[in-house]
Design a protein around this ligand. Structure first.
Ligand code: SAM
Ligand code: SF4
Length: 502
């Protein structure tokens, strides 16, 4: 019965005309011949060319395909060192030195697809299936709030039971929860809910917009058509490459202008996937004038019952992973970059210093695993394995030691700094100034409401250093009203007010 229902439902999901309208002469924007040609043409780039490309990134311009291909072809360790250093400079210019924290909340592992790398796929009989009720979602939200989180990403398998109506109800359930902070007792709630879910038609995307989501995230997994076909069976919804490729085009048309792209690294050649993400960015810029809000570059990790996830010929080494992160940073300078707990702490630490802007912490990816901690060790209730299960407080302490300030800022989309507005501000390095102010305000809340003593010891001097920097920057001297508002909001937070931003 369940099977038949799922089948009927699945037949109505893909709306062909919502793909065709974006094609150019009937073709999608991933021109593989062109990608291979550019990767080949740009072998042995000379150091002057690389230097010019780095300067272009530093002027916060999206790179052209030949430029990214040249970076991907660098062989000299000295030049790679220069690339790594420039990646961090670009990040600091656009986003200052803050790291934004979030937590993922896995709502359901029912799925009609059969992606070869994922523990949630329908054919995986070992997976214990569960969909959270709205009350359970609220309970999970309370646990995450108790850690100090303010931003969540909800994750769903693709299934009739977790359709757009369920997602919208889940988003509203999350926003409805309030919890007192453990130290100060100040009431807190989640301020931004993002979504990672399957592609949808525009009418459904509009439901998510109405529910108040922040970013909508869909990873293409692999941009290589043949590999895509191999790992996503043709008789499944996910088997339609172009339905997925244009998921974010539809989202922007539906009014969701913070969209996030990604590739699952390890399915195909990593250089090709980096080019694919650049082509995706360029097509969004061409059709809408805005690029992706964030880039994700998960590396495949072992998943329950998936041989491919544990042993792929395209597994990306740690060394290549650092290179791809740096090249993405330089290729799309305005995008946020997300490094997740799939990676081990050591790798996260390294790539944060290559220009990542966001990370998750205290991550539990089992369904219901925040409130039901004991399920977490069981791979058969999860999608894949994680490399960094550390608590938020530990990770904040670590990034503080590296000199980065932790941020829970959600001001951008609440102040209308999304889509074209934020892209303009990012490329003129203005948004980073707001990031800096809002990072200080939200870190102040965290230190007062949640931080351990050890984290406060690192955090208090860091916050004072940031404030001194803000006070001495010409940008703020020329905007005295902004500085004044920041000072007064900071004092108000100290005296007990919450959720103030600029
Ligand atoms: N079902 C939705 C979809 O496929 O778009 C939701 C996303 S899925 C739960 C989230 C992402 O996890 C996928 O897009 C994929 O990139 C990633 N993922 C799947 N299997 C993985 C694995 N074995 N290791 C690391 N990431 C994985
Ligand atoms: Fe389902 Fe997404 Fe996993 Fe594919 S990656 S099996 S669509 S949950």
């Amino acid at each position: 019965m369940e099977k038949e229902l799922t089948g009927k439902w699945a037949q109505g999901v893909i709306v062909r005309k919502e793909i065709d309208k974006y094609l150019i002469d009937g073709k999608d924007f991933i021109n593989e011949e062109d990608i291979f040609y550019r990767l080949k043409k740009n072998v042995n780039p000379d150091s002057k060319l690389i230097h010019d490309i780095l300067q272009k990134s530093l002027s916060i311009k999206t790179l052209a395909p030949d430029e990214t291909a040249a970076l991907l072809n660098v062989t000299s360790p000295e030049i790679w060192e220069e690339i790594f250093q420039t990646a961090l400079k670009v990040k600091k210019k656009v986003y200052d030195n803050r790291i934004v924290f979030f937590a993922p909340l896995y709502c359901s592992n029912f799925c009609v697809n059969n992606c070869a790398y994922c523990g949630f796929r329908e054919a995986n009989n070992r997976e214990v299936r569960r969909i959270l009720t709205l009350d359970e979602i609220k309970r999970e939200t309370s646990s995450v709030l108790n850690e100090g989180h303010k931003r969540l990403i909800l994750v769903f398998g693709e299934h009739q039971r977790s359709d757009a109506d369920y997602m919208a109800a889940a988003v509203k359930a999350v926003y409805s929860v309030e919890e007192p902070a453990p130290i100060s007792g100040k009431r807190s709630s989640i301020r931004r809910v993002n979504i990672n879910a399957a592609p949808m038609e525009m009418a459904k995307l509009k439901l998510l917009k109405e529910a108040g989501i922040g970013t909508y995230q869909v990873f293409q997994e692999t941009y290589h058509h043949e590999t895509y076909r191999k790992v996503h069976p043709a008789n499944t919804l996910k088997g339609d490459y172009q339905w997925r490729l244009y998921a974010l085009h539809r989202a922007i048309d539906a009014g969701l202008d913070d969209v996030a792209i990604g590739a699952l690294f390890g399915l195909y050649d990593w250089r090709f996937e980096v080019m694919g993400m650049l082509y995706h960015t360029l097509d969004l810029e061409r059709q809408f004038g805005i690029g992706p809000h964030t880039l994700s570059f998960p590396r495949m990790t072992p998943a329950s019952g998936s041989a491919l996830s544990a042993d792929s010929p395209y597994h990306v080494s740690d060394e290549d992973f650092k290179k791809l992160v740096a090249v993405l940073r330089l290729s799309v300078p305005t995008a946020g970059m997300i490094i997740t707990a799939r990676e081990k702490a050591e790798i996260k630490r390294e790539v944060i210093q290559l220009g990542c802007t966001q990370t998750d912490a205290s991550t539990r990816i089992g369904i219901g695993a925040y409130s039901d901690q004991k399920t977490e060790s069981d791979l058969d209730k999860k999608q894949f394995t994680i490399g960094d299960p550390r608590d938020l407080d530990d990770v904040i302490q670590e990034v503080g030691k590296l000199g980065f300030i932790s941020s829970f800022c959600t001001a951008g989309y609440r102040c209308g700094r999304t889509g074209e507005t934020i892209m303009g501000m990012l490329s003129h390095c203005e948004e980073g100034k707001f990031c800096k102010l809002n990072a200080v305000l939200t870190f102040r809340e965290y230190l007062t409401d949640y931080a351990s003593e050890a984290t406060r010891e690192i955090g208090e001097p860091l916050i004072l250093k940031e404030i001194r920097e803000i006070e001495s920057m010409d940008y703020f001297k020329n905007k005295p009203h902004l500085l004044q508002k920041f000072r007064s909001e900071y004092s108000e937070i100290l005296s007990g007010k919450r959720d103030l931003y600029l």
